[in-house]
Write a protein that binds this ligand. Structure first.
Ligand SMILES: [Zn+2]
Length: 396
């Protein structure tokens, strides 16, 4: 039986748009889809491209407060509705500006992640569902946060719980920012294990994701955080990831793996201070693919997430899709796509390779033995925590 990959895509994703000066530009999704197409991934015999529909209000309200959903609906129709004080809901100039059509655009992202989850859960021949527009992991029950209005991940997880009450889900978040919204929404739930790798909250928004945030009540032990130091390099990140993730997933043995694949740990990302390059994501894709087979019942739901370099996001997510399809790509880019990038994002350095050959932070580390030692000691402390606390907590 062919293990199929469902890619959830529509041009309507372009409507989730906070405006021309906002760092989250929907153009990145179009550039991603175009690169996937140029790399011949979209004609693969194992891929199915599906168009999403908007999530129902009932589906959204499983994760969000009905009053908040109503506020978004009202502002969608009239962004200047004076009966609403937007700051009470995390909305307004800055991170989450109000825009016309915001309800529909946000509900569509929820619908797309829900469709990915639905297809993977209901169809034995669909092993993976990937919604690159998803991953809005900061939104909370009653508040928008960090460019996220509705939490599509939480909506999709609730859909899975609706389909099977006692389903066990491992949620893994590699976005550079802590996956706080998802963590808090399932903080007391042992059936949703949340694992987040991110730049430490001591240095970056949203300021949470410390190792002592372990869950509460019945969910105690089922929230795991790996806060990383700024400038963490490929080798440091990948070694820690490869050591910890398979062990955690083996111990938890979920019914399904749900990943948020934000790629803003890249060294060129304008919003963060990490040293990871695209080759690290290539490696991580391989680990996730293997873990899906070995520990997660052959079911993997993937959503996008952060990533604010218009040339990094398409390359990294194309590599994730290639791994999902078991395709080994050459380290080159289609000339037509390079031309498109030159035209559409003239401000960014033009890439000529699919993944970076250089690794700037590795070089920086080699020339700084003191920093190298600090990084290694810190990572070893996280590995020890994983072995001595995180895994025993979920194995009880
Ligand atoms: Zn992020």
């Amino acid at each position: 039986m062919l293990e199929k990959v469902a890619l959830i895509y529509t041009d309507q994703y372009q409507k989730y748009d906070f405006g021309p000066d906002h760092p989250l530009r929907p153009l990145r999704l179009k550039l991603t889809y175009d690169l996937m197409e140029r790399l011949n991934l979209l004609k693969h015999e194992r891929i199915e491209i599906k168009k999403p529909i908007i999530a129902t209000r009932e589906q959204i309200e499983r994760a969000h407060d009905p009053e908040y959903v109503e506020v978004i609906k009202k502002l969608d129709a009239n962004p200047n509705d004076s009966s609403i004080f937007p700051y009470d809901y995390g909305l307004g100039p800055g991170d989450n500006p109000i825009f016309k059509g915001m309800y529909e655009a946000s509900a569509l992202v929820c619908g797309a992640s829900t469709l990915a989850a639905d297809l993977v859960w209901k169809n034995d021949d669909i092993m993976i569902g990937f919604n690159p527009a998803g991953g809005l992991h900061h939104a909370n029950k009653k508040r928008a946060s960090g460019f996220c209005i509705f939490n599509d991940i939480a909506v999709a997880i609730h859909h899975l719980k609706y389909l099977k009450k006692d389903i066990r889900i491992a949620y893994l978040d590699i976005d550079c920012h802590h996956g706080d919204g998802v963590q808090w929404l399932f903080y007391d739930d042992p059936n949703v294990l949340t694992i987040s790798f991110h730049e430490s909250g001591n240095f970056l928004f949203p300021g949470t994701g410390h190792t002592n945030e372990v869950g509460e009540g019945a969910g105690k032990g089922y929230s795991i955080n790996f806060p990383l130091l700024p400038d963490t390099s490929n080798k440091m990140f990948v070694k820690l990831f490869r050591y910890c993730v398979p062990r955690i997933l083996e111990a938890y043995a979920p019914d399904v793996l749900f990943t948020q694949l934000g790629v803003d740990m890249h060294y060129s990302d304008p919003l963060t201070q990490m040293g990871v390059s695209i080759s690290a994501y290539k490696d991580i894709a391989q680990t996730l693919y293997t873990c899906t087979h070995d520990y997660c019942q052959n079911r993997w739901i993937a959503v996008g997430g952060g990533g604010y370099s218009m040339t990094v996001v398409p390359r990294a997510w194309s590599l994730f899709l290639a791994r999902m399809l078991d395709v080994n790509l050459e380290n080159e880019l289609p000339p037509e796509w390079i031309e498109q990038v030159k035209k559409e994002v003239p401000g960014e350095d033009t890439p000529y390779l699919l993944w970076d050959r250089d690794d700037r932070t590795e070089v920086q580390l080699l020339s700084n033995p003191e920093l190298t030692k600090k990084m290694i000691d810190y990572n070893n402390s996280l590995k020890a925590l994983c072995d001595n606390e995180f895994i025993p907590n979920i194995s009880k």
